[in-house]
Design a protein around this ligand. Structure first.
Ligand code: ADP
Ligand code: MG
Length: 593
């Protein structure tokens, strides 16, 4: 594999690379960096979100500018304020060992005088949103007449957002002989127009198939009735206790409404949309980065460019109008080498849209069922048991132990465990006990083979299993599927519906493989640790089973606070998870209860 050294980067940048923990260049970096370093050229680079485009232009730019001169030499245009700040931040990290390089961010919603002052001190690189940039040019607060490099980042999105005229104006203030580097996830007509109009025989690089989604993302859809979107969303969240997600709505109003409902129902949620003040948006984004918010409900425009790497799920509360937008949405997850899941909640009438998206992204969706109440209860129960097991003991409890012991006197271990677990579990149980099946009957998709039709029903001969390894042990749905496939020596499609939770997972096989699965995982050890597989008590995706055929479950936000889940539950960060794996011991599920 090519290392960064081979790309022609200077020592100071290589040091920064290693400080950032980058080991191998991504494909777009491997292709773009040598081209940009070698000579003066225009470049069009197409690569998905999350493929490291910032470094692909950032490193060559920093290497090429003259740090002894204070003249502005590089201009980066990017669609949103959030992106501007992220790029600026990254460039500052890349240039940490360079002397006297100033990177200044220019964006709307903040003091223009402050920004002008920063520019005046000498900014070799300006990172700007088109609107504010045009404004500052008009007021003669910046001089970009001597730039050597102009970078159009996320060009497709800038044009989507209607910045064409602004970009044209800005470019007319730059010298003819500069180099222009255009980076984009997709290549719609508008982008080719820009390339034709403003660039001189650009070199072109494409990473992966044009317009296709990132293949570290699994795409899933759930068919529900139009009024069941919200309860369905809740169930998806409840089946993934460690969810860290962006939920996309179509309008600002829906975004606000869904976020408010979630908060009312006790989830760690927040809204991000254009009607919020800049200050409110910053607060939400900060809380999200710190994972104080687990579910960020956002509009497409506001969420554009959110650069948070470990988003586990993207949930399309409603499908976007444009298929292209779906690519952007799902690209928020599965970044930086991790895998992710993009879920779509659809009504039956929207099913054909799924088909068009599949054609566009050249990836198949997996048809999934909204989990039943009992499936959620099972998951929450194991999650809770694992949480108790992994909870660090607070030694200050010691002082109160005698008194506590008095209170709990005469309760044996088994009973005590049942009681402890019930404290939290009962909430879920009461909430979901009589909950209705939310799945709309899925017609017309049954004939499509592969994972979907097989995994859907337990009545069709599919068996769901519980396995006591999860994210903590370094698995995601892809790697667990691979592990199972290899261990069981089964074909690629024999293992499906792999759902990886923090410390345990579920998967399905055909009933005919059950014996093989269970016998393989008898006394099975990995690194000295027992890996235990059992048939799940609630076969996944069973849909309209007996337990959930109760009264229609009314989902009113109000009064839901103490149902479902408690506010501010702690979630461990992925870092914590990684460090646990060594200590974990295998436990039979029956040990818990
Ligand atoms: P894009 O602009 O293509 O959407 P970014 O430039 O925002 O992607 O990069 C996505 C993430 O990947 C960032 O957190 C970045 O720090 C990280 N990253 C970039 N290049 C590498 C690399 N070579 N190795 C590891 N991580 C990388
Ligand atoms: Mg980018």
């Amino acid at each position: 594999m090519t290392k960064f050294e081979a790309l022609g980067l200077q020592k100071s940048l290589l040091d920064a690379v290693s400080d950032m923990g980058f080991e191998t260049p991504s494909e777009v970096q491997e292709k773009a960096i040598p081209i940009l370093l070698e000579g003066e050229t225009d470049l069009v680079a197409l690569a998905q979100t999350g493929t490291g485009k910032t470094a692909a232009f950032g490193f060559p730019l920093i290497q090429k500018i003259d740090s002894n001169s204070r003249t502005t030499q590089g201009l980066i245009l990017s669609p949103t304020r959030e992106l501007c700040l992220q790029i600026t931040n990254e460039l500052q990290l890349y240039s940490k060992y360079e002397k006297n390089i100033n990177v200044v961010a220019i964006y709307g919603g903040a003091s223009i005088t402050d920004q002008a002052r920063q520019i005046k001190r000498g900014a070799q690189i300006i990172v700007a949103t088109p609107g504010r940039m045009k404004d500052m040019i008009g007021r003669r607060l910046v001089d970009i007449s001597k730039i050597d490099y102009c970078i159009l980042d996320e060009a497709d999105e800038m044009l989507n957002m209607g910045f064409f005229e602004d970009i044209k104006d800005i470019l007319s203030n730059t010298p003819e002989e500069k180099s222009t580097w255009l980076f984009s996830a997709t290549m719609p007509k508008e982008v080719s127009v820009i390339a034709k109009k403003f660039m001189h025989s650009p070199q072109e690089i494409t990473v992966g198939a044009k317009n296709s989604g990132v293949d570290t993302v699994q795409h899933e859809y759930y068919v529900v009735g139009g009024r069941d979107r919200y309860p369905a969303l809740k169930r998806l969240a409840d089946t993934n206790p460690d969810i860290f997600s962006v939920i996309f709505c179509r309008t600002k109003r829906d975004t606000q409404k869904v976020a408010e409902k979630l908060i009312e129902d006790g989830y760690n949620a927040g809204a991000l949309h254009g009607d919020l003040s800049q200050n409110q948006r910053d607060m939400v984004m900060n809380a999200f980065r710190k994972k104080q918010i687990q579910m960020l409900v956002a509009t497409d425009v506001a969420a554009r460019g959110i650069d948070v790497d470990d988003i586990t799920h993207v949930i399309n509360y409603q499908l976007p109008d444009e298929i292209e937008t779906y690519t952007h949405r799902s690209g928020r997850t599965g970044r930086a080498g991790k895998s992710g899941i993009s879920m779509v909640i659809v009504t039956r009438s929207e099913l054909r849209k799924i088909k068009s998206i599949e054609n566009k992204i050249k990836q198949q969706f997996v048809a999934k069922k909204i989990p039943t109440g009992m499936e959620i209860c099972e998951i929450q129960l194991y999650h809770l048991a694992n949480k108790i097991k992994d909870t660090k003991i607070n030694e200050d409890v010691e002082n109160y132990l005698p008194a506590i012991n008095d209170v709990l006197q005469g309760i044996d271990r088994e009973e005590l465990i049942k009681k402890i677990v019930s404290v939290e579990f009962t909430r879920f149980f009461n909430y979901y006990n009589k909950a209705q099946d939310l799945n709309s009957v899925d017609i017309g998709r049954g004939e499509r083979g592969g994972e979907r039709s097989r995994g859907e029903n337990s009545s069709d001969g599919s068996v769901r299993y519980f396995i006591n390894v999860g994210e903590k042990d370094g698995y995601d749905w892809m790697s667990l599927k691979d592990f199972l496939k290899d261990t069981l020596d089964l074909g690629r499609d024999a293992i499906y519906k792999v759902d990886v939770k923090e410390s345990f997972s579920f998967f399905n096989t055909e009933a005919s493989d059950t014996e093989k699965v269970l016998s393989t995982f008898t006394e099975f050890k990995v690194d000295g640790r027992f890996v235990n597989v059992e048939v799940s008590k609630t076969p996944g995706g069973s849909g309209g089973g007996g337990a959930n055929r109760g009264r229609r479950f009314k989902d009113k936000g109000r009064g839901g606070k103490d149902r479902g889940r408690s506010k501010g539950r702690d979630r461990s960060t992925s870092k914590d998870n990684a460090s646990h794996s060594g200590k974990r011991r295998s436990k039979k599920r029956s040990d818990f209860f």
